[in-house]
Ligand binder design. Structure first.
Ligand code: AMP
Length: 305
């Protein structure tokens, strides 16, 4: 793959993050984490009460309508170019340290699927694990997936090396054969009630491998949306060095609890203890299922992949 991160990118990420917090360009929100078990999946719920307080913005910080923060990234948040088509920037509103984004240099819509080049860039960014962590990449595609910016951006957060997310557990249930080019039907966790698809990744994939795996997941996602009479395409995508995951979406939030790709793989974010209580009462899988599509059997004989 010809897309390469600068040699000392990890050091740059660390030092830029610290200086952006110090200068106030990056607004870091304190939070604490609680665990909620649902079957054999341990959901991590991050509680950030200060997100509920409306920030008081200076006049020059007031959001302008149609303002695109990614067309001209803030210098304090800018990290590096990635190839000729992408820029890497720090997330301005971080809850997790070192959260960064890979954005397209020119405007491309967030409602478009990931291209082979996007997937190559994503794979490259997975090489940025800092001490004891691995990187989770995610892409909220379409308004109903939890995306707030229309300019194409793939996001990256460090998670503990030992983290076992929903796709890791789904893969332990095994893969069946498929008639498609991949030859494997994506794994699905038998006790997760929403439609989702997971495929394992080879150790050193080339762009074409990533594109084929993504196409296999996307084709089934589009079929699920069509069969559920959804006219708007929205899905959550997540990826580590081990797997790719997709889940179609039909709702942006449940009862004011916003859910994006990280939530669908087992990492939820709430703004209050009340919302956390709601998740415990409801159960995280019932919550995530309410914004997805109920799981249905897929008959490969009647679908063409
Ligand atoms: P999403 O809400 O999934 O579309 O992701 C958009 C991301 O961009 C969020 O993580 C925001 O915190 C982040 N963001 C918003 N404004 C800026 C900005 N000016 N610079 C960098 N990141 C931003």
């Amino acid at each position: 793959m010809s897309l390469n991160l600068p040699e000392s990118f990890k050091e740059l990420l660390k030092s830029k993050f610290e200086s952006a917090v110090d200068s106030g360009s990056l607004k870091f929100t304190e939070s604490h984490e609680e665990l909620v078990q649902d079957g054999d999946i341990t959901f991590k719920v991050r509680i950030a009460p200060s997100l509920a307080q409306k920030p008081i913005l200076r006049q020059d910080e007031q959001p302008k309508s149609n303002f695109n923060p990614f067309l001209k990234p803030e210098p304090d948040l800018y990290l590096a170019p990635l190839g000729s088509d992408y820029s890497l920037v720090l997330n301005k509103f971080s809850i997790v340290p070192y959260h960064f984004l890979c954005i397209t240099k020119d405007f491309k819509p967030q409602s478009s699927p990931l291209s082979e080049r996007d997937l190559e860039a994503t794979w490259e960014c997975l090489n940025t694990a800092i001490e004891g962590s691995k990187i989770l990449a995610f892409y909220n595609c379409g308004k109903l997936s939890g995306a707030s910016q229309d300019h194409k951006h793939i996001q990256f957060i460090p998670i503990p090396e030992s983290a076992q997310l929903l796709p890791d557990i789904a893969l332990t249930y095994g893969l069946e054969q498929s008639k498609d080019a991949i030859g494997q039907f994506p794994a699905r966790h038998p006790n997760v009630p929403f439609t989702h698809f997971v495929l394992p990744l080879p150790k050193a994939p080339v762009g074409e491998d990533l594109a084929m795996i993504f196409s296999s997941l996307l084709a089934r996602t589009l079929t699920a949306l069509r069969n559920y009479n959804q006219s708007k395409i929205a899905f959550n995508f997540a990826m580590t060095k081990d797997w790719m995951f997709i889940a179609p979406r039909t709702q942006e939030s449940y009862d004011d609890i916003a859910i994006n790709s990280t939530g669908m793989v087992g990492m939820l974010l709430v703004k209050s203890e009340e919302q956390f209580e709601k998740i415990k009462q409801l159960g995280p899988l019932t919550l995530t299922s309410s914004v997805g599509i109920p799981k249905a059997e897929i008959d490969e004989k009647h679908e063409d992949y």
